[in-house]
Design a protein around this ligand. Sequence first.
Ligand code: DLL
Length: 435
Amino acid sequence: MGKYWNEEIECMSREDMKKLQSERLVKQVKHVWDNVPYYRKKMEEKGVTPDDVKGIEDLHKLPFLTKADLRECYPYGLLATPLKDCVRIQSTSGTTGKRVVAFYTQHDLDLWEDCCARAITAAGGTDEDVCQVCYGYGLFTGGPGLNGGSHKVGCLTLPMSSGNTERQIQFMRDLGSTIICCTPSYAAYIGETVKEMGLTPDDLKLKAGIFGAEPWTEEMRREIEKSLGLKAYDIYGLTETSGPGVAFECEEQTGMHINEDNFIAEIIDPDTGEVLPEGSKGELVFTSITKEAFPLLRYRTRDICILSREKCSCGRTLVKMTKPMGRSDDMLIIKGVNVFPSQIESVLLKMSNATPNYQIIVDRVNNADTFEIRVELNDDMLSDTVKSIEELEKKISNDIHSILGIKAKIRLVEPKSIPRSEGKAVRVIDNRKLH
Ligand code: DLL
């Protein structure tokens, strides 16, 4: 088995790739126009018809699609094939309101798994490997995506899902796992547990890790590589465009190659929507040109990054994206869960004795996220008993937990102690040094 999963595509000349993308885009625009009334309306509003799109040079004429469109169309409004042709649904990790649901035909699943197979192959995976998948399985795309990719490559696949860390390590030792796939924070935790169990990386056979779904630093990469004795590869993706495998890292470890035969990437100015020249930092926008069931045209990811076409030593010609450097909306990813400050605000606003003055403080201690919410009491509460203040703390904590699925440390603070702002309120203090 070679070092590429699909050499023809991964090392294709720019000219040929442009041609392929153009052909697929023209077909996709027609497919969407014919089958998704919501999209046709958006295009009509912008005065564009499929005839106006003759190749990727016309991509900029199409309207953007955002998460708000997806919410509005929930659940079936953007479906481009008959429901009977769909075989799978996956969903985002956000836990409130309307989730984003993505649909897949068998062909869509095939292409998605193929993207993951490219990532595993780029990390050195072959049919000789034992691949332990410890991303969550279920609606989250991490487990199912890498599981499918691992099968394609022919690895012996361990569908572990996350959690039960000692058992993970036991299996790793008993079955000689050589590749592990999970979030970087979970990888770091596994590394710590290995040490606590009195083991060293020499007791394991791991050679590669495929880590993504959340931001992580180069420092964290080195730490994980040391604690588990492997080479750590980044992987990127989002539910809306399929899941993991939209982009993957090669041995050079300097950014992720985007699977351009399936996704056209653009960088735009998040404020004006203007397409930025190559090398600029801006919001990543994807157009899926091969998806049948849930094809998104010009979908705004909100992830901020830079694209680069510099020659890569691995031989791949696929454009590379840097690690996402933040988001253009206010979404935080805490302990792997998507959190919008507005969700916290709405919990607080439902309580009569808490004020909407709050601050979210996020940090990373020993590679695990910490999550604290400071809430200002109103003046009336000051005269209350300690017991009733404790009760309020508990109530906020429980409500936040039931909405987000993760626990926050609640700290009630004195009236007027949270700094006021004359411009935008600083709701979030993110001390995680991720970039
Ligand atoms: O996180 C898909 C995935 C699973 C990717 C497993 C990689 C591995 P969502 O839950 O829809 O999908 O979250 C997508 O997560 O817009 C980014 O903000 C963030 N994200 C994903 N991968 C990375 C990464 C999956 N490698 C959102 N580095 C995206 C930084 C990442 N952020």
